[in-house]
Design a protein. Structure first.
Length: 76
């Protein structure tokens, strides 16, 4: 698992936001397309691709894609 791959996998959960918008320092909840459904898709992606369970509360506790990556990495 590496950060850039994680950013791409995260970005793939969005339908209308261009990949170029996503970077490790992106505050994902500020994106126009972010919603609770997108959050569920992200949690599902993490569970399937990385075999890590992140709770909704844990997702709410992080601000950036990199912080989420670090949280996932800490549970591997």
């Amino acid at each position: 698992m590496n950060l850039q791959e994680f950013v791409v996998n995260f970005a793939n959960q969005f339908d209308d936001t261009e990949l170029e918008v996503f970077a490790p320092e992106t505050s994902f909840r500020e994106l126009e397309e972010w919603s609770s459904l997108t959050g569920l898709a992200v949690l599902n992606m993490i569970a399937k691709k990385y075999e890590v369970k992140i709770t909704p509360a844990e997702l709410k506790s992080v601000e950036t894609i990199e912080a989420l990556y670090n949280l996932v990495a800490s549970k591997k």
